[in-house]
Ligand binder design. Structure first.
Ligand code: PMP
Length: 270
């Protein structure tokens, strides 16, 4: 496996980033996960836009997108695989052992790993921890994902593949690595960005292609929604068949099935 570190391709085993990298010591970094089908990245430019927005939000130097595009192409070419997840990590670089950032310049890592198509339906849980819609990090895809790691582990213990968060005012927000949609009276809704969710690229395409409404929703909407689905880069549109203890028989329901179909058709044309 070859990956890209700061300007060149390296064997994964020998690729080195400093142990004093601010991304490692304090989580001062941003990232993107991009699906690659037969070596072709899906929606690369929207991912690079979000990487840039996340980097600006942390006050990191502006990413060199030409280098990152070259890195993605080189890594994809060096590691052929049918379905891959391309990961761009961009951090504050080597720094003193505090929260202040040094001036050594950013670290850029682009790596690729295999992934599998997700099942069409899944179970989810809700967790009691909240997304802070008023944090300095709201909406940024930073490498500080430990809360997601904890929530996802709890989901796994309960036989689910995703955990959903509310925000500080009790509104539905998002999953550890996905956005959430619900169907109420035949209408499709998803929480607005102001809920504190990530501006998911799959979410944006799904809203555009289905006309879903961006609606402030209480967390307990999950107790009465007719259908629920998740969107993310590695899931596309994935129906939910159980939320906490509540079964959603017949998932994917009609609105979800239509969203899955539209997404698959349009994505194949991109
Ligand atoms: N929310 C979070 C917290 C995520 O990590 C992800 C995955 N990037 C998403 C939502 C979905 O975003 P996307 O559709 O761009 O993968």
């Amino acid at each position: 496996m070859k990956l890209w570190v700061n300007g060149g391709l390296h064997d994964a085993e020998g690729a080195l980033v400093s142990v004093l990298d601010h991304g490692l010591t304090v989580g001062d970094g941003v990232f993107e996960t991009i699906k690659a089908v037969e070596g072709r990245p899906f929606a690369l430019e929207p991912h690079l836009d979000r990487l840039t927005r996340s980097a600006r939000g942390l006050g990191l130097p502006e990413p060199d997108l030409d280098e990152i595009r070259r890195a993605c192409a080189a890594v994809l070419e060096a590691n052929p695989m049918p379905l891959g997840r391309l990961r761009i990590t961009y951090t504050g670089g080597v720094s003193p052992l505090g929260s202040d950032r040094g001036d050594a310049g950013p670290t850029v890592v682009v790596a690729l790993g295999p992934t599998k198509r997700r099942p069409d339906t899944t179970a989810v849980i809700t967790v009691p921890w909240v997304r802070n819609e008023r944090s300095a990090l709201t909406g940024l895809k930073t490498t500080s994902y430990a809360e997601n790691v904890v929530a996802l582990a709890r989901a796994g213990e309960q036989g689910a593949s995703e955990a959903l968060f509310g925000n500080t005012v009790g509104r539905l927000c998002e999953g550890t690595g996905s956005n959430v949609f619900v169907v109420l009276d035949g209408q499709l809704h998803t929480p607005p960005l102001a809920s504190g969710c990530l501006a998911g690229i799959t979410r944006a395409l799904t809203v555009e292609w289905t006309g879903a409404h961006e609606t402030d929703l209480p967390l307990d909407v999950l107790e009465r929604a007719d259908e629920v689905f998740l969107t993310s880069t590695l899931r596309d549109v994935q129906a939910v068949h159980r939320v906490d203890g509540r079964e959603l028989p017949g998932a994917p329901g009609p609105v979800t099935a239509k969203a899955m179909r539209i997404f698959a058709e349009r994505a194949a044309q991109m």
